[in-house]
Design a protein around this ligand. Sequence first.
Ligand code: ADP
Length: 252
Amino acid sequence: MNTIISVKNLVKNYGGFNAVKGISFEVYEGEIFGLLGPNGAGKSTTLEIIETLREKTSGEVIVCGMSLDKEPDNIKKVIGVQLQTSGYYPGLTLVELIKLFGGLYNEEVDPAALLKLVNLTDKAKNKFKELSGGQKQRFSIATTLINKPKIIFLDEPTTGLDPQARRNLWDLIRNIRSQGTTVIITTHYMDEAEQLCDRIAIMDEGKIISLDSPDKMIDDLVSTGFERPKQVKAASLEDVFIHLTGKEMRDE
Ligand code: ADP
């Protein structure tokens, strides 16, 4: 297992407030790594520091063998970060937007290939504002891939999407990983983390309180004698929803 991100004793203070309290963790090359935790836990602060978008107070961060302190510009070249959708010029088509972002990264891009990867070939000539929620998220993920990064960061990529669109996005993320890209994802959906992530770190109040595979975490809890308060049925309401409305995408 090769380590692609190493974080040691990372601290972030906002004035007198200690938001990240000396956390350490590693992300392995080729995995889908989830960062979970309640609002205010320090997830965004941690990720934005790794993404070179925020100053740390202290600690060591190494990305692809490069020190954050010494080579932030080279780190920027090997990571893909979702841009704020407000930065998507409303009058431009998806192809034009990809060309524009490619120019910003000084990178030759093939818009058609990128749109095919995220299943948006039919929308190439559409404007961003004309896309459905799921399509917007897929396009936003496509923009993280423009500079052919080794690592992409996805911040709650499925929030607000319907169950079919969420599943479609999981397939897309798995597909990106299968092409060798390491994926770091935040989510508040535990089913998503369980399905998608190879390992997860759970953060609370600026600390990592657990880090393991979802499976191992669940087994550890069960081994303490924990049982769900009521008998779990063989299907969930989400299963009913998918069964009734079908698995295929609706937002095309
Ligand atoms: P999460 O992403 O887990 O919701 P954040 O990293 O956004 O957590 O925030 C962690 C804590 O740091 C919160 O208490 C938040 O209010 C605080 N915080 C975040 N950004 C700032 C800032 N720019 N200035 C002051 N406090 C901040």
